[in-house]
Design a protein around this ligand. Structure first.
Ligand code: TXD
Length: 315
């Protein structure tokens, strides 16, 4: 199995290390910064003898080296800098993601692409459009991260093991994400039976702002350990055809009453990527919240489409 990670920054390199520790195969990291991915890959490979994994880790700056990859993770991108608008970030990262997706289509045409770059759901759409891959072979990582945060908060509140705690978070990766307490359980018991409504609301709100909580503490950069663990889970499910049922950003074609948008829903992830989108029963409020979240994503997609059409017309 050959797995490539585009972008060897915090999330990309931590993911590469986790994948190596899972012994999933040959791991390539690609970054534009000269020497960085090579240096990080060598450093990680040198950890192998004591950490107990074989050193199939490589770094590169050229896409030719990712040839034949079965899975490609896109983490390349910029973080929002002072003075940059949301739209600036969107267009800049869309440029990076679309150039990566075009190269992936050329050198790893049979791969499954896992998108991580923010704004996540819009970037997943951009990668799908520019790679021209079938819908099932492009998926975005956010729901597994948002759910693992929710699981951690619930387990800490109830003082129970995270192992017994499961959570489901749908929607776009942003403030409008939709944590579902009714489908969040400890050993099968919904938390609505274990916690009072005000405590659930507090944990839901903390989940929604989980990313900024870390940014505020770190001050420079954003979370990467939990994101990398979430990516590794998805990559493992695809690599080993495990068919895990997890929330992920997938292309909707009528499911949940939504169309032509990538948004977080429960999916089955296997060797073919998104093998099935699972439709669960939602209350009126939950449905509304998911539709609102999807409409925020759609606005971003439309902005990108208008921007690319504009730049084609003006060039
Ligand atoms: O839940 C999620 N989906 C997320 C998303 C969770 C955490 C981080 N999330 C987003 O992932 C974050 O908002 C960023 O858009 C990406 C990557 O985050 P990271 O923390 O790893 O950012 P870094 O450390 O700045 O790394 C980005 C790397 C850096 O090394 C750049 O040199 C590289 O991307 N980069 C490129 N590599 C290859 N090709 C191109 N064009 C390129 N441009 C930048």
């Amino acid at each position: 199995m050959k797995i490539s990670v585009i972008g060897a920054g915090n999330v990309g390199s931590t993911t590469a290390l986790m994948l190596a520790q899972q012994r999933l195969g040959e791991i390539w990291q690609l970054d534009i910064v000269e020497g960085m991915s090579e240096g990080k890959a060598l450093d990680m490979a040198e950890a192998g003898p004591v950490a107990g994994f074989e050193s199939h880790l490589h770094g590169t700056q050229v896409y030719e080296d990712i040839v034949g990859s079965e899975i490609v993770v896109i983490t390349a991108g910029l973080a929002r800098k002072p003075g940059m608008t949301r739209m600036d970030l969107l267009t800049k990262n869309a440029e990076i993601v679309s150039s990566a997706a075009t190269k992936i289509a050329k050198f790893a045409p049979d791969s499954v692409i896992v998108v991580v770059t923010n704004p996540l759901d819009v970037m997943t759409y951009v990668a799908w459009k520019t790679s021209a891959f079938p819908q099932n072979r492009v998926v975005g990582m956010a729901g597994v991260l948002d759910s693992t945060r929710f699981r951690y908060f619930v387990a800490s509140e109830l003082k129970v093991s995270v192992e017994d705690t499961q959570a489901m978070v749908l929607g776009g990766h942003g403030d409008s994400m939709v944590p579902l307490p009714r489908y969040t359980t400890v050993s099968g018991i919904p938390i609505t039976q274990l916690l009072p409504p005000d405590a659930i609301k507090r944990l839901v709100d903390r989940t929604r702002t989980g990313g900024s909580e870390i940014v505020n503490l770190l001050k420079t950069g954003s979370a990467y350990f939990a994101p990398a663990a979430a990516i590794s889970l998805m990559v493992e499910s695809i690599a080993l055809d495990k068919k895990r049922m997890v929330p992920a950003s997938a292309y909707l074609d009528g499911q949940y009453g939504l169309k032509e948008v990538f948004v977080g829903v429960p999916v089955i992830l296997g060797g073919d990527g998104v093998e099935k989108i699972v439709e669960v029963e939602l209350s009126v409020d939950e449905k509304e919240a998911l539709a609102k979240s999807a409409s925020d994503v759609k606005t971003g997609i439309d902005d990108w489409l208008k921007f690319t059409q504009g730049s084609v017309v003006s060039s």
